[in-house]
Design a protein around this ligand. Structure first.
Ligand code: ZN
Ligand code: ZN
Length: 262
């Protein structure tokens, strides 16, 4: 399997611009479709554990914003490949399992902190209407809401990611694992239902890992929960919602938003 990936990276490194563009667009469309399909399945599977009200019917604006987000994510992907071909971004191959593990942690926590800071800055009254208000128009998230972002916000996240790759030459497998984790956390945060079991918020490590309830709370309470993957920065900077435990337990018990069949 790693050989297959290594061959793929070798092809990508030599790929002409048109090929890079086509590959990036296809990759981002596939991610978009997988997120929606898996998300829809999870929403149905955990429908008895609602954190938020069932969202309003889908609007044209949401669809257009999501399409623009997928397009811009492809632009960021193209930029990343071109920067790598120009050796401004360096990717490490021939790495040990330990190096892969270490780099995955580094990318995960560096992005978690950088996005926490970016998110708090985006809530500043001067910047909020320009870059972040769009996402907050949807108080009751659904999987598609992950992509319903103002274009400036999509580009902001993309630029943070590319800067990290320029600054830190990461292992190739860590980059792939991180990108997959980023999609998983983004999807979970916008389910509107809580798939994690009750013990999640009590166990030693998992209690610091973000949940669906955690990000859903941010959609109806903009003053708390600015983190994405972990609760660490919200705990450290005292922005964690005081209702987090109660909301999580109520969602898991199915009493937060009682559904018809509950
Ligand atoms: Zn959100
Ligand atoms: Zn926000």
């Amino acid at each position: 399997m790693p050989d297959l990936f290594a061959d793929f990276f070798a092809v990508l490194y030599e790929m002409p611009l048109l090929g890079v563009i086509i590959w990036s667009v296809l990759e981002n469309i596939i991610i978009f479709v997988v997120v929606l399909v898996v998300g829809e399945w999870l929403v149905r599977r955990y429908s008895q554990h609602r954190v938020t009200e069932i969202p309003e019917p889908l609007s044209r604006t949401e669809i257009l914003l999501a399409a623009s987000c997928v397009f811009l994510n492809a632009v960021v992907t193209v930029a990343g490949v071109l920067l790598w071909q120009a050796e401004i971004i360096r990717v490490r191959f021939n790495v040990s399992a330990w190096e892969v593990l270490a780099d995955t942690f580094i990318l995960f926590f560096a992005m978690d902190l950088a996005m926490y800071v970016f998110h708090r800055v985006a809530h500043h009254p001067l910047l909020y209407p320009l870059i972040h208000q769009t996402h907050h128009q949807y108080e009751n998230p659904r999987p598609l809401t992950l992509f319903v972002l103002n274009p400036f916000e999509t580009m902001g996240f993309g630029v943070i990611w590319l800067i990290l790759l320029v600054v830190y030459p990461a292992a190739w497998l860590s980059i792939i694992i991180y990108l997959m984790l980023n999609i998983v956390f983004g999807l979970v945060g916008h389910l509107g239902v809580e798939p994690m079991p009750n013990r999640w918020i009590n166990l030693m490590f998992s209690r610091y890992v973000s949940t669906s309830t955690f990000h859903a709370e941010h959609h109806f309470d903009k003053a708390h929960n600015y983190g994405f993957y972990t609760l660490i920065w919200d705990k450290l900077f005292r922005t964690l919602s005081p209702d987090y435990t109660a909301d999580f337990q109520a969602a898991w018990q199915g009493t937060r938003i009682p559904t018809e069949n509950a």
